[in-house]
Design a protein around this ligand. Structure first.
Ligand code: M6R
Length: 609
């Protein structure tokens, strides 16, 4: 995700900012840049790629700047490129900004600036609009101009601004995106994240939502939304640098598990307008395209494939189209039946998985329309698709995928709803109820996460086992596969998942005294069937962990331990039920002393066959 670092003082702004940006590299980015005061003007250097590319540019010149702002960009609006990289400036270069987040009403402001001020824009970003907006309000006082600009801005952002005529000042704003100010000696800092500043300061101010901060070398002033100055206690950071990168979590995987309510919220709200209507900006698929499809293939690998299994049920139910889900490595060599009436959906976090990319190319060659569900903007899968539906998980660092999966699920529900609505196969009442249920998920997920201590206790009881089975029916079967994959990839426990009704056709032979079985029973209509399956394994001595919705306490009569998720409609339980399984895998792996973020034999992005 994007990162911000700013500095005002007597030191070398360039060195300090580059150093800070490097500390944010772990977050993922595709370009970087810096704006600095160059004595009467603002200079900007920026480029696509690694920070080392930026350093190579900067190394060719002598820069003696004492004020500056820097940025690492993770593309959202506009592909990764030199011109879309931050900082952005207004037309005469007197204002420069760096921006994390999204300016939601940028089109409206952009059109207004173009019409009334004849402003032309260099980049495809929403962020550039902010530089111009502040520029037209600027009248000698940067904070006043920023206050006026933010009154017109809608969205979630952290914003950092410098002005040519006030070379010793940075003004920054926090609106639903992290921002901190670092307290130095004869210098001060601003940043999106603590690790960026740890080499220089340990005393910081945590900037709160809707606050504006004015940073000079000897002062940091914080203003609330009413422009009143507020006092803030100093926060002393005592984490080491490694812990700071993980926001204090012991592993990226745990951090990413906890980021799921936010990722799910973002993924939904980017696609739903204030009237609850789905908006598919940038997706060109028309009503007649949707009506023309007679078949859908969902193709992916690993966790993304498991998201596809849930997507299949949703699309078939809502859009009444047959859906096949297949692992990409099989699809590509199978000569599948694909033509111009086929919708091919590729799901990939990285967008670089070779098998998925090859399957996509094969489907395209045969005439399919390709829609991809991708996390990394500008990745190969995204670039080669006809349409892209981005997940808003943010960079996923841990090899074990967590927040990518739940945001992929959210995309699949939105796609299914959209197709059903367009074809008229779901009615208004169903659509509205479903959207409302999806909107409640982030809060419900917080409740699930609050059960973490209970899951940790359970892990203590289970971590010495060498075999764990996962069973479930309907959407729970898909989540069982995902829970099992999580466990095996990070704890190296031999784990197996199977549709619960299929157990009796062979696999039940492996169940013996004390075999651990995790039984997902979140589907109301299949609850009693699952209770019977639990009885079957109990009769053979299994130790059963049941997972059910709150209120379905009958499961306690069968299971040895029960984990509950909040009530929700059956179709969307995977958004909740996978999370205890992710936490269980995490704590088991931790107790087994495994290298959780980088499990053996695995890579984050699999670009080989
Ligand atoms: O980047 P992708 O989503 O295409 O990656 C697909 C799989 O390699 C990935 O989901 C893998 O299974 C994860 N390690 C699972 O946690």
């Amino acid at each position: 995700m994007c990162g911000i670092v700013g500095y005002v003082g007597n030191g070398s702004a360039r060195e300090i900012i580059i150093d800070g940006l490097k500390k944010l590299e772990y977050r993922g980015y595709d370009s970087s840049g810096i704006a600095f005061d160059a004595g009467g003007k603002i200079e900007i250097r920026k480029c696509q790629g690694r920070i080392s590319n930026l350093e190579a540019i900067l190394s060719k010149e002598t820069i003696d700047a004492h004020t500056g702002i820097g940025h690492t960009r993770w593309a959202t609006h506009g592909a990764p490129s030199d011109v879309n990289a931050h900082p952005h400036a207004n037309s005469d270069g007197s204002i420069a900004i760096v921006h994390n987040g999204i300016l939601e009403n940028y089109i409206e402001i952009k059109e207004w600036l173009a019409k009334d001020y004849e402003i032309t824009f260099k980049s495809e970003t929403d962020s550039e609009v902010i530089a111009h907006l502040i520029g037209i309000y600027y009248d000698g006082n940067l904070e006043d101009a920023v206050f006026k600009a933010i009154d017109r801005m809608r969205g979630a952002y952290a914003l950092c601004v410098v002005a040519k005529d006030e070379p010793d000042k940075i003004v920054a704003v926090r609106k639903d995106a992290p921002l901190i100010a670092g307290i130095g000696h004869g210098c001060n800092f601003i940043a999106s994240d603590i690790p960026a500043l740890l080499k220089y300061v340990r005393e910081i101010y945590l900037i709160e939502n809707n606050e504006t901060v004015v940073v000079t070398a000897d002062n940091i002033k914080i203003y609330n939304a009413d422009r009143q100055e507020v006092k803030r206690d100093v926060f002393h950071v005592n984490w080491d640098a490694d812990a700071a990168e993980k926001d204090g979590y012991s592993h990226f995987m745990l951090k990413e598990i906890h980021e799921q309510p936010k990722g799910i919220y973002e993924t939904l709200h980017r696609r739903i307008d204030e009237n609850g209507e789905i908006v598919l900006d940038g997706i060109k698929m028309t009503k007649s395209d949707i009506e023309n499809f007679n078949k859908v293939y969902i193709v992916a690998c690993g966790t993304a494939y498991h998201a596809g299994l849930v997507g299949k049920s949703a699309i078939e139910k809502m859009a009444h189209i047959p859906v096949e889900v297949e692992v990409a490595s099989e699809f590509r060599y199978r000569d599948p039946f694909v033509d111009d009436k086929t919708l091919f959906i590729a799901i990939s976090q990285s967008g670089e998985t070779l098998d998925t990319l090859a399957a996509l190319r094969e489907a395209k060659r045969k005439g399919a329309r390709v829609l991809s569900v991708v996390n990394v903007v500008g990745s190969s899968v995204a670039r080669e698709s006809d349409d892209v539906f981005y997940t808003w998980a943010g960079p996923e660092i841990a090899v074990a995928s967590t927040k990518a999966y739940t945001t992929q699920l959210m995309c699949m529900y939105i796609i299914a709803l959209y197709m059903g609505r367009t074809k008229g196969t779901i009615d208004e009442a169903y659509y509205k109820e479903f959207i409302n249920e999806l909107a409640l998920i982030p809060d419900k997920l917080e409740k699930v996460l609050a059960d973490e201590p209970k899951i940790e206790e359970l892990a203590k009881q289970l971590y010495r086992n060498e075999h764990v089975f996962f069973i479930g029916r309907g959407p729970d079967a898909g989540v069982s596969y995902e829970g099992s994959l999580k466990l095996k990839e990070i704890s190296y426990i031999n784990s197996f998942a199977i549709a619960a009704g299929e157990l009796k056709h062979g696999t039940i032979a492996l169940i013996e005294q004390d075999t651990v079985v995790v039984a997902l029973a979140t589907q109301d209509r299949l609850f009693e069937k699952m209770l019977s399956n639990i009885q079957e394994v109990k009769a053979r001595g299994a130790y059963v962990i049941g997972l059910a919705k709150e209120g379905n306490a009958d499961i306690e009569k069968q299971a040895d331990k029960t984990i509950y998720i909040p009530q929700c409609i059956d179709e969307i339980t995977p958004l909740l039920s996978v999370v205890p399984l992710q936490m269980l895998a995490y704590y088991i792996a931790k107790l087994r002393g495994c290298d959780i973020d980088k499990p053996k034999n695995l890579a984050k992005s699999v670009t080989v066959e």
